[in-house]
Design a protein around this ligand. Structure first.
Ligand code: DGL
Length: 269
């Protein structure tokens, strides 16, 4: 059985991609993971396509130089501009769009799917296009939620936070009124607001986490390609960020248990 002990690389504009890391660690506990959060330049979701592509290329190159065997662009915004865009990533990598859309199409019974994501992702139309490709009879209702990322980056993720609840009502009541039974959390930050989101859309709507779906998809691809790590000891997680490591630790602590995990500030070129 073939094996590859090099780490898996994961990147995002900030801490949101850690939702993919959490799932990776759950389903592939022996894999080493290196994570890059470009915290000096977050958010990406309000930037132009050209700028996002340039940033993503630098993120990708940074991980490539650490000799990762596979890269997950665990950022809905980057993934949305990468669709059909192989220029900077000719190697083995995935974004979040394809796995997330497949999971949503499988989950939806009434063929009414809501999509929430950053402004750049919604503007790209990529979720809607792919849903229609896979399931032409599905109606898609999209909404950008620009306030969600700053709420998450600043830790306003606890249930009962009035500010987060107010924005959730503003963004989600229109989607709920359309009768959606499935909601794509198309930005990897959003699962941190799951409780708040659930309080608005109700328990009968399936929430699809883009980070978690990308992690499961990565496991499938690595397995099919004989690239899984066959070590018996627990994998090591190393985190890099482009702004203060201390600030990153504060935000990241909302996503994963950071005990014993090294965080290093780096610069990108
Ligand atoms: N985590 C990023 C995403 O999935 C969004 C954050 C940003 O706007 O940079 O889209």
């Amino acid at each position: 059985m073939s094996t590859d002990n090099r780490p898996i690389g994961v990147f995002d504009s900030g801490v949101g991609g850690l939702t993919a890391v959490s799932e990776l660690r759950r389903i592939l506990p022996n894999e080493d993971i290196v994570y890059l959060g470009d915290t000096a330049r977050v958010p990406y979701g309000t930037k132009s396509r050209e700028t996002i592509l340039r940033y993503a290329e630098q993120d990708y190159d940074f991980l490539k130089n650490l000799d990762v065997k596979f890269t997950i662009a665990a950022c809905g915004t980057v993934s949305s501009v990468m669709v059909g865009e192989n220029a900077f990533a000719p190697d083995f990598c995935t974004g979040v769009i394809q796995p997330t859309v497949e999971a949503a199409c499988n989950a939806s019974k009434n063929k009414k799917i809501g999509v929430i994501a950053t402004s750049a992702s919604i503007r790209s139309g990529c979720y809607e296009r792919l849903i229609k490709q896979i399931s032409p009879e599905t109606d898609v209702y999209s909404k950008s939620c620009p306030m969600f990322v700053p709420l998450v980056e600043n830790g306003y993720t606890y249930r009962g936070c009035e500010a987060a609840a107010a924005f959730a009502r503003e963004y989600l009541i229109p989607l709920k009124s359309e009768g959606i039974d499935t909601l794509i959390l198309g930005c990897t930050h959003y699962p941190l607001l799951s409780q708040t989101i659930r309080d608005v859309v109700g328990n009968d709507v399936s929430l699809i986490s883009s980070g978690a779906e990308a992690a499961r998809y990565a496991k499938k691809l690595l397995g099919e390609s004989g690239l899984l790590n066959r070590k018996s000891e627990a994998g090591i997680l190393k985190l890099y960020c482009t702004d203060s490591a201390e600030l990153f630790r504060e935000s990241a602590a909302h996503f994963i248990d950071l005990e014993g995990i090294e965080i290093e500030k780096c610069s990108l070129r």
